[in-house]
Design a binder for this molecule. Structure first.
Ligand SMILES: [Fe+2]
Length: 280
C-alpha cells in the first residue's frame, strides 16, 4: 500500500488496494489510520459491487439507512443512488445536476454520520466535482478571539432546510422522523483528539441563543473560514473512484454539471461505533 497527498495538507490517494476483495486486519488498520489522519481518502480504478461498498464501510463503523429513502437501493437500503439520470420519465437517483451547497452529512441527526463513501459509476465530462474543506485547519486558522467567541456555541440543524434549498422531496413522515436539533460548533475528534469545527451551512437554522441577525453574521464569518480555498480539495471524478470522507472534521459541496451529461454515484455511510459516540 502506498499513499500520496492530494490536497492542501489533507486528502490522500491510497494505492495498491483492491477493494473488491476482503482486506486483512493489518490493511484495514493502515487504511483507517491514513484516512483519519488525512480526513479524505481516494481509491482509484476500483470495480465494486454494493456488497464490496458495504464491507468497506463496516470496517469503520455501523452502516445506516438514509432517512430520505426515495433513492435507496431496494435490495440494500444502506446504499443510496446519487444521479441526474431519468429512465422512462423516472428519476434513478437523488440530487439532480445542480450545485449542492456546503454541508456535513446527517448534521440534522443526533449521531451525525462518521464517514461517507461515494463510488463513481458514471461520470460526466464536465463539472460535478466534489470539494472538501478541512475543518481542523479552518479552526486552527481562526483568530483567537473568534475561537473564544464560538467556544461554547451550538447550532441548530434541520433536514428540512437543505430539502428546501436543494428543492428535494421531503414527505411529512421524513420531516417528523428528523426534528431539528443542535450540535456544538467546536468538537474534538473521538479517535485522534484533534479539535475542529463542526458545521453544516446547508442544514443550519441558527446559532443557539442569538438573534437572527447575530446568528447569520456569525455563521457567515465561520463559513468563510471553513471554505477558504487554501484548505479545500476538489475531487475531479473518474469512473471507478471511491472516496471516503470524515464528516466529523470536513465539510463538502458539489459543483453543478451539464443536464445533458450522465452522472451516477453509489453512496453509503456509517456511524461512529457506539463506544466513540459519547466522546464526540
Ligand atoms: Fe453530502
Amino acid at each position: 500500500m502506498q499513499h500520496e497527498l492530494l490536497g492542501p495538507g489533507f486528502a490522500v490517494e491510497i494505492k495498491g488496494v483492491d477493494l473488491s476483495q476482503a482486506q486483512s486486519d493489518e490493511t484495514v488498520r493502515r487504511m483507517r489510520d491514513l484516512w483519519l489522519e488525512h480526513k479524505v481518502a481516494v481509491f482509484r480504478n476500483q470495480a465494486l459491487e454494493d456488497e464490496d461498498l458495504i464491507r468497506f464501510a463496516e470496517y469503520f463503523g455501523p452502516t445506516y439507512v438514509y432517512v430520505r429513502d426515495q433513492f435507496n437501493d431496494r435490495q440494500r437500503p444502506v446504499i443510496t443512488i446519487i444521479s441526474n439520470i431519468e429512465e422512462d420519465g423516472r428519476k434513478l437517483g437523488d440530487l439532480g445536476d445542480g450545485e449542492v451547497h456546503w454541508h456535513t452529512d446527517q448534521a440534522y441527526s443526533k449521531d451525525g454520520s462518521f464517514g461517507t463513501i461515494l463510488y463513481g459509476v458514471e461520470i460526466p465530462e464536465d463539472g460535478g466535482a466534489t470539494c472538501y474543506g478541512d475543518l481542523a485547519q479552518a479552526y486552527a486558522a481562526m483568530p483567537k478571539d473568534l475561537q473564544d467567541r464560538i467556544a461554547d456555541k451550538s447550532v441548530t440543524y434541520s433536514i428540512a432546510r437543505a430539502a428546501e434549498t436543494q428543492k428535494l422531496g421531503l414527505p411529512e413522515s421524513q420531516r417528523k422522523a428528523k426534528p431539528p436539533l443542535s450540535h456544538s460548533l467546536v468538537r474534538i475528534h473521538p479517535y485522534i483528539e484533534r479539535k475542529a469545527l463542526y458545521l453544516s451551512p446547508n442544514h443550519a437554522l441558527h446559532v443557539d441563543g442569538m438573534t437572527a441577525e447575530e446568528s447569520d453574521a456569525l455563521l457567515q464569518e465561520i463559513e468563510a473560514y471553513a471554505t477558504r480555498p487554501e484548505a479545500v480539495y476538489c475531487h475531479q471524478w473518474r469512473k471507478g473512484d471511491l472516496v471516503i470522507h470524515d464528516n466529523t472534521t470536513t465539510i463538502h459541496r458539489r459543483d453543478p454539471f451539464p443536464e445533458s451529461q450522465r452522472r451516477l454515484l453509489r453512496r453509503t455511510g456509517f456511524l461512529l461505533p457506539e463506544d466513540a459516540r459519547e466522546r464526540f
